[in-house]
Design a protein around this ligand. Structure first.
Ligand code: XIL
Length: 469
């Protein structure tokens, strides 16, 4: 069963720290805990606020909104902050492919794929499995096998990989890209096709059903988004499978678009004709080259096409920021290289019924965002007999922020003689430093300010909590 993460405006554990601080002001310590609990119980669990992330907006439409994820980016704070905030499904971009999980016959290595699956599942996200049988990213040993060895290697691969992830995968791309591009409607030449013949696809699906009966089994391909010879060949296969009881639950439409391969005007009609065969349809690898409003319009059209087809169960974009796209020069994704939301993002969120940016006080990165948070860490940059230069690094939490403020408390003998990259106001020995030009930080991003202190190199200053909005 698919888990839908519904974003509520009330964080797990109740009101955010700022609410608690306000509640505590002026109260005796003994009564605070009791009153806080009472106040929390009275807070609504959700608000009428329109969804302001892709995942939450899609969930309100009964869909998922996913991203292809690469394990080697999971250590990057901005990457994971954006992933965790916006998406409720992931597809490992390369980590589940045959060359990654079974580089040598019978020897499986799941660690990088496990990293992604664990990251996703521990946060309630779905996982799409991609992909079991594909001619590409296929290790040389597979192509070298004779027919009967190849058949058992294929079935063993499917069984081992699906068993490892049994019960954890929402949908599997069992067979990927088995049809030839262009107008022939023929099968693509591949070790599987050439040695096992047409029947390899059916065999792969039957083996997959036995390995994990809970997973939806998809056929996935590209240039099948509109009604054309290739998509009709896939359609004919799916119709045949359904009529003969070959297990297939879904068809994935990759959705890689650019000016040579634009979003087709009959995209929705094509999705619908597949859905009418009794399978779910999913947009599995969406990216649309371009920029600005033109790109945004295309993205909006794709989302609207999916929403218009009741069996279109979700959309996955093929990456998060443009810089990590497999086609980065075409800037085909929803976030720019600094994780800023592009016009395409707003178009997708609007099409999903959410409320993007500007009209949305309280949304991510907007004034009043209850999730805005930051941390401040102090280091002494230089030190000499009579003083020191201090540096405070500000890091945004899992939401973007637009402004920050930090209190720095000095010993009474010490005096600040200059501050850079921040705007100070002083009250006794407490200096409050607020952001100037550097208040807008993407989720997980950092900036710093510095100051020079005279009147002794010790003690170091006390840096208070960071406040963000
Ligand atoms: C791409 C990845 O994004 C790249 O990192 C990799 O080098 C090649 O494969 N169709 C698919 C995806 O089904 O697996 C491909 O992903 C893109 C085309």
């Amino acid at each position: 069963m698919r888990m839908i993460r519904k974003r509520t405006r009330t964080r797990a554990g109740g009101a955010g720290p700022r609410t608690r601080r306000r509640l505590r002001a002026g109260l005796g310590a003994t009564t605070t805990a009791l009153l806080t609990v009472t106040a929390l119980a009275a807070l609504p669990q959700t608000t009428a606020h329109a969804a302001d992330t892709l995942g939450a907006a899609a969930a309100e439409k009964g869909r998922y909104f996913g991203a292809a994820v690469a394990a080697n980016h999971l250590g990057e704070a901005q990457y994971t902050a954006t992933l965790n905030r916006e998406f409720n499904s992931v597809t490992p971009e390369n980590e589940m492919k045959w060359d990654a999980v079974e580089p040598n016959r019978g020897s499986f290595s799941f660690s990088r794929a496990d990293q992604i699956v664990n990251h996703a599942r521990s946060r309630g996200m779905d996982v799409r499995g991609h992909t079991l049988v594909w001619h590409s990213q296929l290790p040389g040993w597979v192509s070298g096998l004779g027919a009967s060895d190849l058949r058992s290697a294929m079935n063993n691969h499917i069984t081992e990989v699906m068993t490892h992830y049994k019960g954890q995968i929402h949908s599997w791309d069992v067979v990927n890209e088995a049809f030839q591009d262009g107008g022939s409607g023929a099968r693509r030449s591949s070790p599987f096709q050439d040695k096992l013949g047409n029947g390899f696809i059916e065999e792969a699906f039957r083996t997959a059903r036995a390995a994990d009966p809970a997973a939806k089994l998809c056929y996935n391909d590209y240039n099948t988004d509109g009604i054309n010879a290739k998509s009709t060949a896939v359609y004919t296969m799916v119709r045949d499978f359904k009529s003969r009881g070959v297990p297939i639950d879904c068809v994935g439409f990759q959705g890689h678009f650019n000016s040579n391969s634009p979003v087709p005007s009959d995209f929705q009609a094509n999705l619908q004709r597949f859905a009418d065969l009794g399978v779910d349809v999913q947009i599995t690898e969406l990216d649309i080259e371009g920029s600005g409003q033109a790109q945004a319009t295309n993205y909006g059209n794709v989302v609207r096409a999916c929403l218009a087809v009741s069996r279109c169960t979700g959309i996955t974009v093929w990456g998060i920021p443009d810089k990590y796209s497999w086609r980065s020069s075409g800037t085909p994704l929803l976030f720019d290289d600094n994780y800023n939301k592009k016009p395409a993002y707003d178009a997708v969120l609007s099409a999903l019924g959410g409320t993007p940016g500007d009209g949305d006080p309280g949304g991510p990165g907007e004034p009043g965002d209850p999730d805005a948070a930051c941390t401040a860490t102090y280091t002494t940059a230089e030190q000499w007999g009579g003083g020191y230069n201090g540096r405070v690094t500000i890091t945004a939490g899992s939401s973007p922020i637009t402004a920050w403020s930090v209190d720095v408390t000095l010993a009474s003998s010490q005096r600040v003689i200059s501050v850079w990259n921040g705007s100070p106001t002083t009250n006794g020995n407490v200096m409050t430093v607020r952001s100037t030009w550097n208040g807008s930080l993407a989720a997980g991003a950092s900036t710093s300010f510095g100051f020079t202190v005279n009147g002794g190199s010790t003690p170091p200053p006390q840096v208070g909590a960071c406040t963000a909005s």
